[in-house]
Design a protein around this ligand. Structure first.
Ligand SMILES: Cc1ncc(COP(=O)(O)O)c(C=O)c1O
Length: 414
């Protein structure tokens, strides 16, 4: 069946680089205030709901009285009240017009690209992207949907991005700072290049969060978020979101999510609303802790290299200082001895544990070459600094002296 014959609820979004997103009513408020108030105030709806805490509504269907009158929300696949509240809060934090949540960050990415690109189209990105994103880009979309992905050769050079864009490019996708090597891409420069070619820019803001970086204010059109990481903050929730123009968000909601489901559940949405209340102060603490650890590791004789945007020898240090409000909690470092060296250090940790996520309150470590980026070719891994001795560290909220002591004793084992 041809697409036109299917029943689509909304018109496809058409990007217009001239169209500026309207300023949000709450844009005069600070980040920490919006994380507590956007979308819900206890006195907002005294008639229907009178409580200090936002409502958790675990219903998947929304009854209506009159035949033919379709209310909104009507069914959980497109919208639930608690996720809608979270969507409003995330849109506010990112300074975007609207937001759509999804069952995970990977699902949000998938829904966005699936909705925007058709067979023969392409998406321009770099190899500085998270592992599952790379798998979608390198295999899933090209082989199953006929959507090609182009990886720019030199992501530090805006012209390198320009070179890959053509009249079939539907989206430019930047992840900054990148997982796991903290490569920093110039959001404004790439936005200018993309817009000159009539293409929207999506920035994955998962590692920095709105507390440390504002992609939309810097020129991006769309923000991708894994809620699973710092936004939820303690490893209890799997979720994702896209923030962007309302017409795009409603296009994805009604023309993809409506058919595939995979929504963020009400309880997970509600938990995230609680965790977001402390996002600003958590990110400040993650940043302060990781800075101390990066400085300790940078001087350590068993460590070959440290990736941390707060170290002056980071290749994009100046850009990171301009573009971000702090380094955040994600960092990585290369130990001597390649894979065996990484294994020896990771197995010696006593406080820090191995786990496949980041952004949690407790510090965790992970080995990207074997766990998340194992499908990249060795050459691709080498080109983005994912060496066999690389250990990714998600620095938590513990006392930094205890983390440094654990790292010190583990590095002693090398
Ligand atoms: C930068 C980044 N974006 C998106 C995702 C996807 O998030 P999720 O794990 O919620 O699918 C990840 C996961 O590691 C990530 O690192």
């Amino acid at each position: 069946m041809h697409e036109d014959e299917l029943f689509f609820m909304r018109k496809s979004w058409v990007f217009n680089p001239e169209e500026k997103s309207p300023k949000r009513d709450d844009s005069h408020l600070g980040m920490a205030t919006r994380a507590l108030h956007a979308g819900f105030h206890p006195l907002m709806d005294m008639e229907q709901f009178r409580a200090f805490v936002p409502p958790l509504v675990p219903s998947m269907t929304y009854p209506y009285q009159t035949f033919g009158e379709i209310p909104y929300p009507v069914y959980g696949r497109t919208k639930t009240p608690t996720a809608a509240l979270l969507e409003e809060r995330l849109a506010s934090l990112e300074g975007g017009q609207a937001c759509l949540t999804a069952a995970s960050g990977s699902q949000a990415l998938f829904n966005l690209i699936f909705n925007m690109a058709r067979p023969g189209d392409n998406v321009v990105t770099s190899l500085n992207i998270f592992g599952e994103g790379y798998k979608q880009a390198a295999v899933i979309f090209p082989e199953r949907c006929g959507v090609d992905f182009r990886f720019v050769k030199n992501p530090a050079d805006p012209q390198s991005w320009d070179k890959e864009i053509d009249d079939k490019t539907k989206l430019v996708w930047v992840e900054t700072p990148s997982n796991p090597t903290l490569f920093v891409t110039d959001i404004t420069a790439v936005a200018n290049v993309a817009h000159a070619r009539g293409v929207p820019l999506m920035v994955d803001n998962t590692t920095a969060t709105a507390a440390l970086q504002k992609p939309i204010a810097l020129g991006a059109d769309i923000v991708l978020l894994s809620i699973t990481k710092f936004l939820a903050g303690n490893g209890t929730v799997l979720g994702g979101a896209i923030v962007g123009p309302e017409a795009l968000i409603e296009d994805v909601r009604w023309n993809t999510t409506e058919f595939v489901g995979a929504i963020m559940q009400p309880f997970d949405s509600w938990l995230t609303l609680q965790y977001l209340e402390t996002l600003d102060m958590r990110m400040a603490r993650h940043s302060a802790n990781s800075q101390q650890i990066a400085e300790f590791l940078a001087d350590h004789p068993k460590v070959e290299h440290v990736n941390h945007t707060g170290l002056p020898n980071h290749p994009q240090y100046d850009l990171a200082q301009r573009q971000m409000r702090g380094p955040g909690g994600l960092m990585s470092f290369v130990v001597k001895g390649d894979m065996a060296g990484a294994a020896a250090v990771m197995n010696a940790f006593q406080l820090i544990c191995h786990a496949v996520t980041f952004g949690t309150s407790r510090t965790i470590c992970m080995h990207p070459p074997t766990i998340t980026h194992e499908h990249m070719t060795p050459d691709e891994r080498a080109s983005v600094g994912i060496h066999d001795g690389l250990i990714r560290l998600s620095v938590g909220l513990e006392d930094p002296a205890d983390l440094i002591a654990d790292l010190d004793q583990a590095l002693e084992k090398l």
